[in-house]
Unconditional design. Sequence first.
Length: 659
Amino acid sequence: MTTSTHQADSTTQVIAEREGRFRALIMATADIVYAMNADWTVMQQLDGRGFLSDNLEPNTDWLRKYILQEDQEAVKTAIAEAVANKQMFRLEHRVIRSDGTPGWALSRAVPILNEKNEIIEWFGAATDITPLRESKEQAEQQKRLYETINSSTPDLIYVFSLDYRFTYVNQALLTMWGKTWDTAVGKGLRENGYEEWHAQMHEREIDQVRAMKKPVRGEVSFPHAVLGRRVYDYILTPVLDKNGEVEAVAGTTRDVTERKTFEQELQSLNEELTVVNEEMASANEELIATNEELAQSEFRSRQMVEQLQNADEHSAKLAAIVESSDDAIIGKNLDGIITSWNRGAERIFGYKESDIIGQPILRLIPEDLKHEEPEILSRLRKGEKIDHYETIRQTADGRLIPVSLTISPIRDKEGRVIGVSKIARDISEQKRDEQRKSDFIGMASHELKTPLTSLSALMQILQHKVKDNADPFLPHALAKATQQIKRMSSLINGFLNVSRLESGKLEIMPEPFDLSELAAEEAEEIRLTAADHMLILNCHLAVNVLADRQKIGSVISNLLSNAVKYSAKGTHITVTCTAENGQAILSVEDEGTGISPYDLSRIFDRYYRATNEQTKNIAGFGVGLYLSSEIIQRHDGKIWATSERGVGSTFSFSLPLCQ
């Protein structure tokens, strides 16, 4: 009896102490407070402070009542970790507020330990952070909106620090420079290609903005990486800190080349009109003297007539140019409906103007290419111009012809895109020329193959006969001649493979082999002719693929030969072979001249060669990379290249690993 009474008294005392601590916690804070049992299965009490509904009795269903379903697992995980480590529980999570709507809370709870260091209960507090989270989400949304606007505008947007370095540039400016964010941001004007006079001018303007705290506006001409020299209008604006001091300078630049050209043409036209007006005034001087009012009226009338005649003449010239053009010049609205049609279009496509005006442009597009039109219209609605887009179009009699399209948006005086002007050029003859070129190369290569094979056999016999000759010159000279024959044979094989590829006769003979081993063989072969380069081979592990060993070898040989040709003597050439995600990847990296972004986009095209001052004297026909690309694609692989001007290039390809 005494023991039971003692236990009951002890339990009552514990409860009283807990309630005392809970009341003290409520009095000490404005936050939501709660008490949990040792393993969090029961919520003893919760004072919701109007944010959450109160809980005055022990509750085992507290998780479903207060915690949003999507966050319950995260809460359970955090509880388990706190209980296991006997450490403070802390978590931001979503809750079900007293009005039933979701909100955000920052929950914190500390364990209460007994003399045995065992958890007997938890006391916690929760803070309503819903407004803070909503403000944070709004700020992130504003940031995404700002960056989207800056990246999509054709204007050049940038920010200078007060020491003249770029701290921000948008994508349009990076494209103009031909640079990336990492190679441009943090750099000064000169490091980003500005000429000395140009850099000094902007530095003076930045100093002026800093001193006067007022914008500076100007106009300047400088080169674009792709479009050549352009004219730009710019404004530099001070960015003020909370104390009103200039902490940075923001700039916006717009390409006004076309506007300046138009202004110059307009000025020239005005000068011509002035000369005409002066001649008319001189011729009518006597009439003006006798009847000034009539002369003035006649002068104004003549001036108006002259302007109308000039406008009519200009329109007539334009119409004559359009009508006499061999190219198809077609106008259409933004719904793809044809609005104008010249004689060139009638000759190429076979439709008369009266039959095609008002019809959808889709009548000219083959069924399997109709997906192109929505994509083209989408780009034009954004104000983009499409240059030299090669595709296939269909004539009135059902023939399919290759064409090159140049498509420009038509804008109203407010600059809104209201229509589309399309120039279509029939390139059938060009394509036939390319085919004839391929046929000739294939035939010539085939005819050269037989005598070259005989010559190679004779050279081998000669080498065998003179190998013990006392004169060392003969074996050395024959070895050099044999090496040149091999190079010529490789070149002819490349042309033959292009011919076979385009006629559909290039056979792929797959067999399992180690790509690292093949790379080592090709690297050893190239060392014979590239003794002045430092060749590094990072192919230490076996990488097995199922492919045509000979043709993959020719791809590696071509990449190595290009690396040697386009890099200076004494530089490094690194060959790497790895296996990643079921793919074998081989890369050839050089320290050569590099390739411009424009050339890089066309580097795998047939007969295409990138040319600049450093490479214009290097021999080649532009078939090696084209053939390599086709071989890799026929193995279900991928080939790509990265490059930086003045740093070097890396050519890579991937093949499926042998299962």
